[in-house]
Design a protein around this ligand. Structure first.
Ligand code: HEC
Ligand code: HEC
Length: 469
């Protein structure tokens, strides 16, 4: 029932991209026309409702809104999706165990399952005051050169299996930061501070990372590298104050993670098994994962069977990656509400679209359910300097502390329904969409100021638009 309009939408897109449709326009010109920013805010744009293309979820716009398979999967693909879902939810246990196929956890880890952090396939949250363990968030470690801690490695693991010591715990506290709108309205933001008793090297910083939502990731993967590169302007030659740059990882365009450091979902999944759960795969750089030379008990612990040191077989890796690629993006709500349309206009007016690119068309060479889709991620997937307020103390690899990937905004309005909270940004410091906007600095400062200068009604309309995504 719900698939029909979605299929129609995609059919029309495919047709309108095909040269036979009209003779006076080339395919490239047609694509540019479809993707051009709108200037008509009186009514919704064509297909805007289907923000995740033909796979858009129109059936469950509730607490399960992020957990559905793309609506355009075949019967076989749906079955792989659900097997992958089982791997994603599976709680791993230490080896050896009688639950063969679910063991190998640790020795050091952050969580027992993928789902333990990507809760309900939604975003994670920072700990509340007094929480003993940190769930759904982790801390990357880096020195002033962007390299790892000599003892604790690339990531801080605050849990360990029985018989091993975890790396310690991290305490989070917040300072209040007042913000006053030009019209006199006052709000309070909060700035986090992280402390640990663990003996990190002196110049090493704790870099907080909230687990992101899992929707639409295969579609993001299906955007061609050229289309991402085309939006980059590293030297700000067009002089608009915004200079996005491409993150390169292993010779490919990085697009996943808060710093766009991962070039593919497979790479991110391998890293998650290895660093977050202490589970080895054929593709991991070493079976001992993030255990360093300075941690011999961890290095020498059992890592998979004697012959290949692999704890996650390739077929499981493929299934969970398939799952991660095909979680549907929920449909927009209230696209034709006048207040939402007004908010959309203001979103364009404040130049939010300079980074939060509304539309892309996915590559014609992607797999069938993902190819030739008109999608609305509201991200350019580029790195931008958002200023010192949001910056990590140290770089990560060659990405500076202040640079962040523009996060996709699709589905953001469903966060409260799915996750029961509204904590945003890479460290979850923002308690609302409004606070998230007010933290924008650096390249986004002019945009933030434009928002702040809007009358209160207009600010509310812009937030209303974000809630409809
Ligand atoms: C300890 C918590 C934790 C666990 C467990 C975990 N993740 Fe993540 N995941 C994160 C965090 C945090 C990020 C962001 C990392 C970054 O930006 O450096 C992330 C990022 C991702 C991304 C990229 C999303 C995006 O929008 O760019 C994918 C895909 C992903 N994880 C899949 C998985 C899979 C599959 C598993 C299980 C094998 C898993 N994760 C286990 C916390 C976790
Ligand atoms: C210069 C590029 C740029 C501009 C302009 C920009 N943003 Fe962002 N936006 C980002 C980046 C990068 C982040 C991630 C920052 C972080 O997590 O620390 C972000 C984060 C967000 C988030 C939180 C997303 C999440 O998943 O937690 C929201 C909401 C948002 N922006 C809305 C806006 C709005 C509204 C505007 C216009 C007033 C705007 N942005 C302008 C780059 C930009």
């Amino acid at each position: 029932m719900n698939r029909l309009p979605a299929l129609l939408a995609i059919l029309v897109l495919a047709l309108s991209l095909s040269p036979a449709f009209a003779t006076f326009e080339t395919r490239a010109e047609r694509k540019a026309r479809i993707l051009a920013p709108t200037s008509n805010f009186a009514r919704p744009e064509q297909f805007e409702l289907f923000q995740g293309g033909a796979g858009t979820n129109r059936t469950r716009l509730d607490e399960n809104a992020f957990s559905l398979p793309s609506a355009n999967l075949s019967f076989e693909e749906r079955s792989d999706f659900f097997i992958g879902n089982g791997v994603f939810d599976r709680p791993w246990v230490p080896a050896p165990s009688s639950t063969i196929g679910s063991d190998g956890l640790g020795p050091l880890f952050n969580a027992r399952s993928c789902q333990g952090c990507h809760i309900k396939d939604g975003r994670g949250h920072p700990p509340s005051a007094g929480d003993v363990n940190i769930v759904s968030m982790l801390f990357a470690l880096s020195d002033t050169e962007g390299g790892p801690d000599p003892v604790f490695g690339h990531q801080f693991q605050d849990q360990a299996i029985v018989g091993f010591h975890s790396e310690g715990r991290i305490d989070v506290s917040y300072d209040e930061v007042p913000f006053a709108y030009p019209d006199g309205t006052a709000v309070t933001l909060r700035r986090p501070t992280y402390k640990t008793q663990a003996a990190l090297a002196e110049d090493v910083s704790l870099n907080p990372r909230i687990a992101p939502q899992m929707i639409g990731l295969g579609l993001i993967d299906a955007i061609s590298e050229e289309d991402i590169e085309a939006r980059a302007d590293p030297y700000d030659l067009d002089g608009d104050g915004i200079s996005g740059r491409v993150s390169m990882a292993d010779g490919r365009v990085g697009r996943f993670g808060w710093k766009a450091q991962a070039p593919s979902l497979l790479a991110q999944t391998v890293a998650a098994f290895s660093n977050d759960m202490g589970l080895s795969t054929v593709l991991a750089s070493a079976p001992w994962g993030d255990c360093t030379e300075a941690q011999p008990t961890c290095r020498n612990a059992r890592h998979g069977n004697e012959t290949d040191g692999v704890e996650i077989a390739d077929d499981l890796l493929d299934l969970v990656t398939f799952y991660s690629s095909h979680l549907a993006v929920p449909a927009r709500r209230d696209v034709d509400d006048p207040k939402v349309l007004r908010g959309k206009e203001l979103f364009y007016q404040a130049q939010c679209t300079a980074c939060h690119t509304p539309k892309f068309a996915t590559s014609a060479y992607a797999s069938e359910p993902l190819r030739n889709q008109l999608i609305w991620p509201y991200s350019d997937l580029l790195l931008h300097d958002l200023g010192p307020g949001l910056a990590d103390q140290n770089p990560s690899g060659d990405i500076s502390g202040a640079e962040w990937r523009t996060p996709p905004l699709w589905g953001i309005g469903m966060t409260e329904a799915v996750s029961d909270h509204t904590f945003f940004l890479h460290d979850g410091r923002a308690r609302s969409l409004e606070e998230a906007i007010l933290w924008h600095g650096g390249e986004a400062e002019t945009s933030r100021d434009a928002f702040a200068t809007f009358p209160a009604d207009d600010r509310a309309a812009l937030l209303r638009f974000l809630s409809s995504l």
